[in-house]
Structures are given as C-alpha cells and as structure tokens.
Design a protein around this ligand. Structure first.
Ligand SMILES: [Zn+2]
Length: 925
C-alpha cells in the first residue's frame, strides 16, 4: 500500500480545487486500493471526510460493512440450495478492518458491532464498524477518519459481489460506508425502540487510485477514469477513478477478458464491455443505449453523469443491475439474443436496457430506502422504460416479439409469442395472478412486515408500475411528466421518500392525494369496474339515450373513463367518479351504440377487464395462434392438432380434442377444479379438486414466505372398457414437499372402489449434498393392493431403461405389471462441464453438461406374499445431460444421452444388455 503513496499525493494535489469547493457539506471518500488476484481481494486505505448532517452531536461514527452479510452461510436453507450458488462450495465474502486512525495518523478506538436484521437474520456479526471520536462532532462540522481494510470477492455464482470466470463484480458497499447522521437514532445505527432500520446508500464524493494487473480492464461508472501510471516491474497499472457528482458507490466489474466498444461522437459516451465473439451485440446495445439516453435526457431531466458503462455478466439470462453510470447486463443479451430466430429478443433486450438506464434517474440518481420503499426505485424504472417502449412501438397491440422475416421457425415463434404486449403480459398479468392468489399487499412496507415475501417482485415492480400509471390517469399525463421531472431535478443524488413524493404530486396537480396514497401506496386496495346493464333507446329527435349502469368492487376508487363507441366510429366519453358501488350514467348521442367501454386505455389497475365491455368481448382465433387477452373471452381452434379451446385468462379453461374433453377452473392459491373425459379403447371420466396448503419456513430472510408444501387431490373416476364392466373409484393423493429448508418429497396415493379394490401407493424422494456440486437422490416406491385390482391400475416398472423384449421382431419395453410393487433408485448427479458457450449451428448454446449415475432395483408381484429376491430386477446406468438456451435465449433446452445396463432380471444369463437411450427436452418438439 505504501508503495503507491507518492501517486496518491500527486493525484490528491491535482484534485484539491474540487475537494475544497465541496468540503463544507458533502461527505467524501478517498481510497488508495489494490486488487490482489492471488487473495481475490481488494486491499485499501480509505480516508473519509465525514460531515455531521444531522441535528445532534455525535460521539461515534458508524460504518456499514456489507460484505460480512455473506460471511456465514444461511443456516436455514438446504445445503443444496446454498451450494447451487457456488462453483466449489460455499465461499465467504468478508470485509476485515485492520486499522482506524485520524487525519494525523493517531489511532482511534474502534470495534465491530452486530448489524440489525434488516433483510436477513444470519451472518450479522461484524456488520458494523463503530469508531469513537476523540472529540464530539457538532452538527455541520466535519472530521476525518482513515480506515485500512480488505474485502474478499467470494468465488460465487451470484451475479454481484462475486468472482467467477475471471470477472470480479461488486456494485455497492464493498468498502466501509459511513452511516449519514440523519440515519442515526440517538447517535446509534439502530436502537431497540426503532420500528425498522432504513437501508439507504447516501451519495458521497468518491475518488480512488486503483492498482490492478496491467492486462486487466476495470469497468466502473465514475466520471473520471484515467490510467495514471504503470509499473512494469510489478506488472501493474494504476487508475484514477473519480466522480464529479455525489455517487452511491464505486461500482466495479474487472476482468482480463473484457473488450470495449464505444459509440463515437456522442454527447454522453456509452462504453459497452463484452466478451470475445460478442462485438455485434455490443454495438447494437450501444445504439439502443444512446437512443434511450437521448429520450430520457430530453424528457426526464438531464443525465447526471459524464458517461455510461455497460458490461456483460458472466451469467446467462436477461437481467440487469445498475449503479451510478454503470450497468451489468445478463449475458443472454450479448451471446444468446440471436439464437435460432435472429432478432426475436431484440425488443425485450431494449426494454431491459431502458429499465436499467432509467435507474440513472430513479433508484440510483434519486435513491430511497431499499428496505421499505424500493418501489420508488423499481416502479419508476418500469414506468420510464415501459413509457419509452410504448412511445416507440405502440401500446395497444402485440409489441414485444416481432419477427419480420418469414420462415418455418420464424412463423412458429410468431404464432407462439407474437401476441405478447409488454404492459399487459409483463405487468398486468403478473399482478392479476398475485391478486387472484390473494397475495397482494401494500407497496410501502419494511421487509419485516411483508406478508407475502414470495411475491415481493411482482408487488414492487409490476403493481408499482400500474399504480404509477393510475397516478398518471388521476393527475393527467402533463402533470405526471412534470412531477417526474421536478422531483428528479430536486432529489437527484439525494434520497426521496413516499411522503415527499406525495407532497410533490399534490403541489403540481393541485389535487389532494390522501386517498390515492392511502389506498394504493400505503394500503392494499384493489379495484374492479364493471358494466351491470346497458339500455339504449332512440329519441324522437333522432338522437339516442344510453343508460350505462356501472359497478365498482374493491376499495381503491379511482376516476374511470367510460366510452361509448358509436356506429359511425365516433367516441363519446364521460369520467365516472365512483361515489357508490353502483351508479347509472346517461349518454345522449347522435348515432346508435356499438360498444360500451370502461377504462379502455387501462389507466386503472382493474383486476377483471372482462366485464368492462358491453357486449362482452370475444376473441376468436381460427388459425392456432396463441393469445392471452385480458379483456375478452377466448376461443381458439388449432387446425393442425384439431384442438378447440376457450376460457378467460385466470378463471377457467376448457378444451375439446380428438378423444378428449377437459376443463379446469382456478380459485386462486393453487385451488382448482378439473374434469376430463377421455375416449379411446376405454372411456375414462375423472373429476377432481386440488388444494394447496402453505408452510412458512424460516428462510433466514425477513417477511413471511409462503411455500406450497401440502398438495391434496380428491378425485372420482369412472372407466368403461367395452369388453368388461365399468370401474368406478375414488382417489386421494397427498403430496408433502419441502424444497427450501431441506429437500424431501413424500407422496401417498389411494384409489378405492369400496365394492372391488383398494390400491395404495407411497413414494419418497430425498436429496442430499455429497460434495460441492454433487448431489445424491434416493427414491423409494411401495405399492400394495387389495381385492380385484383392474389391469389398467396395476403397478409397473416403467422406470427401468434396459429391459426389452422382441415380439415378432418388434422391440418392446417390458413393463412388468403386478398387483404390488417395491422399488428403489439411487442416483448421483455431478457437473461434467459448465460455464460453456458452445454453439450448435447457431440454433442453441450449450451452457452446461451434468452427469448422472444411477442404480435402480425393484420388482412387482401378484400374490400378497409373492415378493421374491430371486425375481429382483436391477439395472445401472449413466446419463449426460447437456442444457442451455435456444430461441433468442428466451427458451431453454436439454438433451440427455444415456446407457442402461441390466444387472438382475429374467432372461439374463451370463451376459448383460447395454441399452442406449436419448431424451430430448427441446421447445416445440
Ligand atoms: Zn430495476
């Protein structure tokens, strides 16, 4: 560290003017840091000029040591789940403090403290550094503290705070972050009586001299990024990274493998960092980013940084993560977007990029408490990006997957995904599902009070966006744009909270916003508008009077637009301010009525749009195309498969096919009713009821998580074989699964005809971790029956892969049917190849190959005491499964090639049979 002191001195001198100018009000960090690739860590000395921005004296400073949140593994999760995040088993991330001194180098008293349970209940030790100040720090005064520390990048498959595939990634708080005085309670970071602890990244001025191996590329979002020296002896180079404006962190992505593309001649340079072979995608991403930046800068306020750096993640997927001037994008946008059908993922990638860039305005630029008010970040990023997308591609038609070229696979993609609409299917539909499942709750609440932690993402992103859209519907588009612009300009590089937003909305719109915020932001209101009756009559003067009786269910009343579409194509509008549950509006129009529409522009988050139209809308698809309309009944015919089906999105579905009639009704939370009638050699009718009961496992996180642990199915069936008499039976199936705390599945199934037979079946599966990345599955099945078990309900040994028979030259798999069964299977799964990007003719990208060896043994028998060790069937086998991405990286595939060897069984003399097999899990195949 000492070696670089001279550089730091020179550089500090260079930047003195800025430092002096900001000194009075702004906390500043100056770091002198080195990336040590042998210990996979950053070693640094950090000087903090801390300003007491609070209103009381401080005796101590607190620093958050966020890397220590992953120092210990989560003791509540199954080791298999923890292991799945690590390439070589759990690896801790940590931050160790070595020394704390004052400006003059005098030692300061310091200690580690436990952190609060803001997000998690484990690994809380050493989450805080408390530094005692030698003299009290009065409000407005500043003091300097120098911390020497080291932060370890764990070898981890997480996409942030990790080292993997020679990429070091860390966006926020890899250094000790000083808690701002306004976030301290009685001079402490957290105290007993506090309702909850806010999690905010205060913006501060950062400057760092950073020494890395000379062939490494450092990607960051800082305004100034300059190489200032190289040391040939050490093989290192030193960079200066500095922000001109207050930022949340020094975000880092570092690798020797990155290449860079910069779109030249732009006001705001956009740098895209990619891996070899991804340059075309990098250039495309740069052009999207420039367009988005131009649009936002013109409409949403001036961009707050000098540049934007976009860097690929090592990990496949369409995801993004933002920090100041910095975006990490999942590798699918670089390496997979043109697989199989080129261009099919382009618009989705553009939307994703628009979301991440929007965070430069909202979430990073204007930041907030990520514990309770994360919607101020995510919902606003959704609002900006979806608005941008709809402005560019339209909002009322399919707009996500648009394949212009004709071709066999292109037509397939068009038929399957061509219907997708960004707002309807990526925001409204997830919200409708959560509402139907009764998992909806308020947007603003701390993690500890979250009732449905399993649906936080839908709540914060999708519902949050719909609520902002409802706010636009309430105050008007102009005021909404003004609200966003003014709030951004006032709070950029600062912290916003919901009350401030409400005050801004009231000031700009001149409307009182209490009920809006109480219902939609602090509360869990919902709304369903509907048309109850429509009466329309001609008047004597040639005009028409139409009476529209409207209903409102739910507490979240919002003004709603009611539109009459007249026969001549003209529209007549009224806004309904619902004061009661039912009201009749009167329209007088010069032309007869064609359709009544309630909220046709979807300004409100209406949870059922099917009743918003008169007459009820019906969408008929005669050519087998797919659609999920949210406002109409669907009837769809597929001329190839000859399937006719229909229903309404979440409520029910029915299906008529050759030899099959089926329906399912959804009552939410996994409760469904279904029925099916199958015609073949036999006729089978079955009627069933399914229920799910939830457990709330302690997962080490705050908030209540709902795991669907108990599944019950009750059914009655009738099977008619024309040769025999009908068989009637009832069924009870109970499945218990525990997949988060541990890995077990237990299933009991009983089929009973009280006059004829009873059939019992039990299956147990347990999974455990043998070594890092190597799992063992043990499965056992037991079947038993009483009475006259009909042939079609006999047990069999279908799980065997190597037992075949030749009948008249035709190879047939042996089923070994019987009235009773016992079997067990042991298998070990292990990685063979991973982190691949192996292209298969541009159709698919293989990402991983896993191996699996197994041993299966068992038998079926007919007499109650017929079990006989001599008749045991046994086989061993080996499989390799290659998996990866196809179709623009939006769909995955897997291919399994295996060989099974029969070890014990009838007909086996002194040789064993090798039976090769292949299983394909390829989309549309
Ligand atoms: Zn986001």
């Amino acid at each position: 560290v000492r070696f670089f002191g001279l550089f730091l001195f020179i550089l500090t001198a260079l930047y003195v003017p800025t430092v002096l100018a900001q000194e009075a009000s702004q906390t500043q960090y100056k770091l002198e840091a080195t990336l040590d690739i042998f210990s996979q860590s950053i070693q640094a000395t950090q000087e903090v000029v801390y300003v007491n921005t609070g209103d009381r004296d401080l005796d101590a400073l607190y620093f958050i040591l966020a890397p220590n949140l992953n120092r210990e593994p989560n003791p509540n999760l199954s080791p298999i789940i923890i292991d799945s995040s690590y390439p070589k088993g759990f690896d801790a991330s940590w931050l160790d403090v070595y020394d704390v001194v004052d400006e003059a180098g005098n030692a300061l008293n310091w200690a580690y403290e436990d952190g609060p349970e803001t997000f998690q209940s484990y690994s809380l030790e050493q989450n805080l550094l408390k530094v005692d100040l030698p003299t009290t720090l009065a409000p407005g005064q500043s003091t300097t503290v120098v911390v020497e520390f080291e932060t370890k990048f764990p070898s981890s498959l997480n996409t942030d705070q990790s080292f993997h595939k020679n990429i070091y990634t860390w966006r926020f708080a890899w250094n000790p972050v000083a808690v701002t005085a306004t976030d301290l309670v009685d001079g402490k970071y957290h105290s007993e009586g506090q309702d909850y602890v806010r999690w905010r990244y205060p913006a501060a001025l950062y400057e760092m001299s950073f020494t890395v191996p000379d062939h490494y590329t450092v990607v960051t979002g800082m305004d100034v990024q300059e190489q200032v020296s190289t040391d040939e002896l050490m093989g290192t180079k030193t960079l200066i990274l500095k922000s001109d404006v207050p930022v949340r962190s020094i975000p880092l992505s570092i690798s020797p493998n990155f290449k860079r593309y910069t779109l030249p001649n732009q006001d705001i340079p956009v740098h895209v960092y990619y891996l070899p072979s991804e340059e075309a995608a990098a250039r495309q991403i740069a052009t999207y980013a420039i367009e988005i930046l131009d649009d936002y800068s013109g409409n949403r306020g001036q961009y707050g940084y000098q540049q934007l750096s976009i860097v690929t993640s090592w990990a496949s997927g369409y995801f993004g993560m933002a920090a100041d001037g910095f975006i990490i994008l999942g590798n699918s946008g670089f390496a997979e977007k043109d697989l199989t059908v080129a261009g099919m993922a382009d618009r989705f990638l553009e939307y994703l990029l628009a979301h991440e860039i929007a965070h430069m305005w909202w979430g990073i630029g204007v930041s907030t408490d990520l514990n309770a008010e994360n919607f101020l970040s995510e919902a606003f990023a959704e609002y900006l990006s979806i608005s941008y997308f709809e402005e560019k591609y339209g909002n009322d038609r399919p707009n996500v997957v648009q394949v212009e070229r004709k071709g066999f696979l292109e037509n397939l993609i068009d038929a399957q995904f061509g219907y997708l609409n960004l707002r309807q299917h990526f925001s409204e539909l997830p919200y409708l599902v959560v509402h139907r499942d009764r998992f909806d709750e308020a947007l603003v609440k701390p993690q500890q009070s979250v009732e449905f932690a399993n649906n936080s993402q839908t709540r914060i992103y999708n519902k949050g966006y719909l609520v902002l859209r409802a706010l636009e519907g309430t105050i008007g588009s102009e005021d909404m744009a003004q609200l966003l612009l003014e709030t951004y300009e006032q709070y950029n590089h600062g912290i916003l909270d919901t009350d401030l937003l409400k005050a801004q909305a009231e000031a700009i719109s001149g409307q009182e916003m209490n009920s809006f915020f109480e219902d939609w932001v602090y509360g869990d209101a919902s709304i369903d508008y509907g048309i109850e009756r429509v009466k329309t009559n001609p008047n004597e003067d040639g005009t028409y009077t139409t009476l529209v009786t409207l209903t409102r269910k739910g507490e979240g009343r919002l003004p709603v637009e009611v539109v009459l579409l007249n026969k001549d194509g003209s529209l007549t509008r009224q806004t309904w301010m619902p004061e009661s549950d039912e009201e009749t509006l009167t329209f007088i129009t010069p032309h007869p009525l064609l359709e009544v529409q309630v909220d046709p522009q979807s300004w409100t988050p209406d949870v059922a749009r099917i009743n918003n139209y008169f007459p009820t809308r019906l969408r008929i698809i005669p050519d087998g195309g797919v659609d999920v309309p949210l406002d109409s009944y669907l009837i769809r015919f597929d001329p190839i498969s000859q399937i006719l089906e229909g229903g309404y999105v979440l409520d029910y579905r029915w299906l008529l096919a050759d030899g099959l009639i089926a329906f399912v009704m959804n009552q939410g939370r996994g409760n469904t009713i279904d029925g099916a009638l199958v015609f073949g050699d036999d006729v089978l009718a079955e009627f069933g009821w399914n229920a799910i009961l939830y457990e709330h496992p302690d997962l080490g996180i705050q908030g209540k998580y709902w795991e669907p642990s108990h599944r019950l199915r009750l059914s009655i069936s009738r099977r008619l074989n024309f040769d025999e008499k009908a068989v009637n039976y009832g069924g009870v199936t109970y499945t218990f699964s525990q997949l988060l705390n541990a890995r077990h599945v237990l299933q009991f199934n009983t089929l009973i005809d009280p006059f004829s037979f009873t059939r019992l079946n039990a299956t147990a599966l347990t999974q455990s971790l043998l070594f890092p990345n190597v799992t063992v599955d043990l499965q056992a099945e037991f079947g038993y029956s009483l009475g006259k078990l009909p042939g079609f309900l006999h047990f069999n040994m279908a799980e065997l892969n190597s037992f075949y028979d030749y009948k008249e030259g035709v190879k047939q798999k042996l089923g070994f049917p019987g009235r009773h069964k016992g079997s067990a299977r042991l298998s070990v799964s292990f990685p063979m190849q991973r982190d691949l990007a192996y292209s298969v003719a541009g159709l698919a990208l293989v990402r991983e190959v896993r191996g699996n060896v197994y041993l299966t043994a068992g038998q079926t028998w007919n007499e109650p005491d017929g079990f006989d060790v001599d008749n045991l069937l046994a086989e061993g086998g080996f499989e390799a499964t290659a998996s990866g991405q196809m179709f623009g990286g939006l769909l995955s595939f897997n291919v399994t090639a295996g060989v099974a060897i029969s070890l014990l069984g009838p007909g086996l003399t002194d040789f064993t049979t090798f039976e090769p097999y292949l299983r394909l899990g390829i989309p549309f195949l």
